[in-house]
Design a protein around this ligand. Structure first.
Ligand SMILES: [Zn+2]
Length: 431
């Protein structure tokens, strides 16, 4: 079904800006979107096989009837999210003022060295007072009332499937493969990419992937001020909601650079960090690492599925959709991953997170439910209660495939859809 003709109300946004928020956690209720996450149709988009970004993304300029992006309401793409005057916008000021900063931890803003790496001079790595992952891989906060990181899948023999840095405007062939294999990944989207390529984010939701935040400008988060951190989180939430109608409850720090100050601010926005315990370094190929080196990492992690390493818990593996190199590595290795691991699932499923979004309109199956669905032979996912009819993304070109126009309801393990949100119903009208 087409979603053209959907109109949305913006009055609640203005109202909230005037009165502020009763609590910081309510900020997302003022977001506006013309996209119904339960019924996403993506316009027909030809796909090229080019690896030249200017060519491959030619067809992805968003339809202005779907996304009326007013530049003055957004940070500058790829700049720190306080840019373009966003640090003083009414909506950001309301969110900022809804937080009790007197309780914020007194932890230093880190600095970068001349070579761009983070400067750890003077930090007490042994005692690690700030639970700074970059220094110690600490994942259990030293502060109380701060959300602890997720860094591995608790389920044995399970590969936690994650892809960072999307949406990539040339990812259709990759997403087609995931769809054909009925694989649902955790996708960590960069706010600037979402605003540039909203169809990519729409497809992520439509295909049943678990969408999380990966910040607005992909900076080392511990080097940003409190205000900059809040803006990085807030405007990415706003962008993902605009493109998908959903607001993530989970995020991943670029480079894993998170400490208790960053976690505290994320927690104010009801965001929890998802890290990883195995890193393929795929993003570095073919520059600072060779493709062969990345393949060796993949091989090592794949073997762990059968050599007993995963007998008591699963992993979360860091991989990327950032370039055609990383997506090709994923396509080449997924068959062996599926062969060597009993389960290949996203982090929401392996962690039994039913509601990975602020909106309760989309629910994910528990791990046991997901596994039992996938081990049965065909049939619709029983947990799909609503309709989530999708359209296809038409792909052309040599290596392209065409996505099916079937309903997500026929895809096993698709998130179940629950019509429970009055907020959603009150913010969108169908014509
Ligand atoms: Zn990243």
């Amino acid at each position: 079904m087409a979603i053209r003709g959907v109109k949305s109300f913006v009055t609640s946004v203005a109202l909230t800006q005037i009165i502020g928020f009763a609590s910081a956690a309510e900020y997302w209720q003022a977001f506006n979107s013309s996209i119904n996450p339960l019924n996403i149709t993506i316009p027909q988009i030809p796909q090229t096989t080019s690896i030249d970004p200017t060519t491959e993304c030619t067809y992805y300029n968003p339809d202005p009837s779907l996304f009326n992006v007013v530049a003055s309401e957004w940070p500058t793409s790829w700049d720190i999210a306080t840019s373009n005057g966003m640090n003083t916008s009414a909506e950001f000021t309301a969110v900022y003022n809804s937080i009790d900063w007197a309780n914020a931890p007194n932890i230093s803003v880190r600095t970068l060295s001349a070579d761009g790496s983070i400067d750890m001079t003077g930090y007490d790595t042994t005692n690690d007072p700030d639970c700074w992952w970059t220094s110690s891989t600490c994942t259990v906060p030293k502060l109380k009332d701060v959300n602890a990181d997720i860094y591995e899948c608790p389920e044995p023999e399970t590969w936690g499937l994650t892809y960072d840095d999307g949406p990539n405007c040339s990812h259709n062939a990759f997403y087609d493969y995931l769809q054909q294999q009925n694989l649902k990944a955790s996708m960590f989207y960069i706010g600037s990419n979402v605003l540039d390529w909203p169809y990519g984010a729409m497809r992520g939701v439509r295909d049943g992937h678990h969408i999380s935040s990966h910040t607005w400008s992909h900076r080392m988060m511990t080097t940003l001020t409190n205000q900059e951190l809040l803006a990085e989180f807030y405007y990415t939430q706003k962008a993902i909601h605009m493109a998908t109608g959903l607001t993530p409850r989970y995020w991943r720090a670029p480079y894993g650079d998170v400490d208790d100050r960053v976690r505290w601010i994320a927690t104010q926005l009801n965001l929890t960090s998802i890290l990883w315990d195995y890193d393929t370094n795929d993003w570095a190929a073919p520059t600072t690492e060779t493709v062969e080196q990345v393949q060796q990492s993949y091989d090592e992690f794949i073997q762990m599925g059968t050599n007993g390493s995963m007998s008591t818990h699963g992993n979360i593996v860091l991989t990327h959709e950032i370039t055609n190199v990383t997506m090709s590595l994923a396509l080449n290795n997924l068959p062996n991953i599926m062969k060597n691991y009993k389960h290949v699932v996203n982090v929401a499923v392996c962690s039994n997170i039913s509601y990975p979004y602020m909106e309760k309109t989309v629910a994910f199956p528990a791990f046991a439910e997901y596994v039992s669905q996938n081990s049965s032979s065909g049939g619709a996912a029983s947990s799909v209660l609503g309709s989530n009819t999708n359209g296809g993304v038409t792909a052309t070109g040599n290596a392209a495939t065409q996505t099916s126009a079937s309903s997500d309801a026929s895809i096993l393990g698709a998130p179940s859809i629950l019509f429970t949100s009055l907020l959603f119903l009150s913010s969108v009208i169908y014509f």
